[in-house]
Design a protein around this ligand. Structure first.
Ligand SMILES: Cc1cc2nc3c(=O)[nH]c(=O)nc-3n(C[C@H](O)[C@H](O)[C@H](O)COP(=O)(O)O)c2cc1C
Length: 77
């Protein structure tokens, strides 16, 4: 939820992001580079920067099912 907040704020300021949990597969390397205390671990990384709008991949949009397919709100009548 914190990452989502940062990501929304980034978009508002013209920046692009990509959450990358895959970084967590390299705990030793990350701990070394980030100088983490022993009782800390990285949950997820996040790319942050200006999107290259000319790159085809940055204009690709994945399909989303409508909310009715995967969610339901009860008690809001
Ligand atoms: C917390 C979090 C971690 C993520 N980690 C990865 C990852 O390690 N590798 C990956 O391919 N996508 C990861 N994703 C998904 C991408 O950030 C992104 O949502 C996905 O590529 C689809 O793009 P779209 O949401 O713009 O359709 C992660 C998403 C979240 C919310």
């Amino acid at each position: 939820m914190f990452m989502q907040t940062v990501m929304l704020l980034a978009v508002e300021r013209g920046l692009a992001t990509c959450a990358q949990e895959y970084w967590a597969r390299y705990p030793k390397t990350l701990a070394e580079i980030l100088n983490l205390p022993e009782d800390h671990m990285v949950f997820s990384g996040m790319a942050l920067g200006y999107a290259d709008e000319t790159a085809p991949i940055n204009n690709w949009r994945s399909a989303r099912d409508p909310f009715e397919v995967w969610g339901e709100l009860r008690g809001w009548d």
